[in-house]
Design a protein around this ligand. Structure first.
Ligand code: ATP
Ligand code: MG
Length: 290
């Protein structure tokens, strides 16, 4: 069972869009997948057309001990289940503040469904509080979506420090698998500059003992595509809303990369989590020319 947290404390970079559509792509490819909506905004829950009603058990009830994942996970598509968020989640961080082992509640809950899914993906809130700590304690891989913006890397060091802290104190297996460029626009020099900055940063980390020393930039960039912004309001994934648009092609290619470590038409190698390619160039094998 591969477990991934999609995390960036910066808001609006594409975390939820990525979880919804990569999960949908993996499910279409026959992988059994559980997605967890750890954001009180419940955008993932709504995007997948699930119920964010506070009376229906979801992630809040799992964290507070009144439900387990097996009973709270809602099937939303073939092979795809969601542990839904509701407005109750707003209070979870303060309610759990006196709880012993409060950072590892989700980890313990996931242990009980180990083997029932091939993938578990967590949509984190845009913060580094207790909910995010629970995600980082529960997974082995972190995916960091980045929007090519002139302050794209602002806050990056705090994000990485938090990952390092959780790795050293709670979860030794935790590592950053990859950075994903979202809302990418190959026509702007800013997109290319941000990409170069990240690449340089990752290259510098190669010989250091840090949880991102094997991270690579995913060789699929998710292009800016209005269809990706429209689909959530219909409770649809991009494959249901506009299956031939660039957004659908990009997320399907990203799912291929996660599954096999390659893009369609490339020779097969081991999955990226096993062989995180230290030499991966950001411009390599990009299907969208971005
Ligand atoms: P938050 O931090 O608030 O949880 P987020 O990181 O989860 O935000 P999203 O909600 O996925 O970000 O995306 C922010 C907005 O950008 C949404 O309106 C979404 O529909 C839109 N969006 C995401 N990816 C793309 C894209 N590739 N092209 C166009 N719009 C996009
Ligand atoms: Mg979100």
């Amino acid at each position: 069972m591969r477990t991934l947290a999609v995390l960036n404390q910066k808001g609006g970079v594409g975390k939820t869009t990525t979880v919804a559509n990569v999960a949908a792509a993996l499910a279409l490819k026959g992988q059994r997948i559980l997605v967890i909506d750890l954001d009180p905004q419940a955008h993932l829950t709504i995007h997948l057309g699930a119920d964010s009603n506070p009376d229906v058990p979801g992630i809040y009830e799992v964290l507070t001990g009144s439900a387990d994942i097996a009973s709270a996970a809602i099937p939303v598509r073939e092979n795809l289940q969601v542990l839904a968020a509701s407005i109750n989640l707003v209070g979870a961080e303060s309610e759990l503040v006196d709880e012993v082992g409060r950072e590892t509640i989700l980890h313990n809950a996931l242990e009980r469904v180990r083997g029932q899914y091939e993938y578990v993906m967590i949509d984190c809130p845009p913060s580094l509080g207790l909910l995010t700590l629970n995600a980082l304690s529960a997974v082995t891989e972190v995916l960091i979506p980045v929007q090519p913006h002139f302050l794209a890397l602002q806050g990056f060091s705090r994000l990485l420090q938090t990952i390092e802290l959780v790795q050293s104190r709670i979860n030794p297996a935790l590592h950053v698998t990859a950075i994903l460029m979202c809302m990418y626009d190959s026509r702007t020099s800013l997109s290319a500059e941000v990409l170069e900055d990240i690449d340089r940063f990752l290259q510098n980390a190669r010989h250091h003992d840090v949880p991102w020393s094997r991270a690579s930039i995913i060789p699929v960039h998710i292009r800016r595509n209005i269809k990706l912004a429209e689909a959530p309001s219909y409770g649809k994934t991009i494959f249901e809303y506009e299956p031939t648009c660039n957004g659908a092609l990009d997320y399907m290619a990203m799912a291929d990369w996660l599954l096999t470590g390659t893009l369609p038409g490339e020779p097969h190698t081991e999955p990226p989590s096993l062989t995180a390619n230290p030499n991966c160039e950001p411009g390599e094998a990009r299907p969208n020319g971005g």
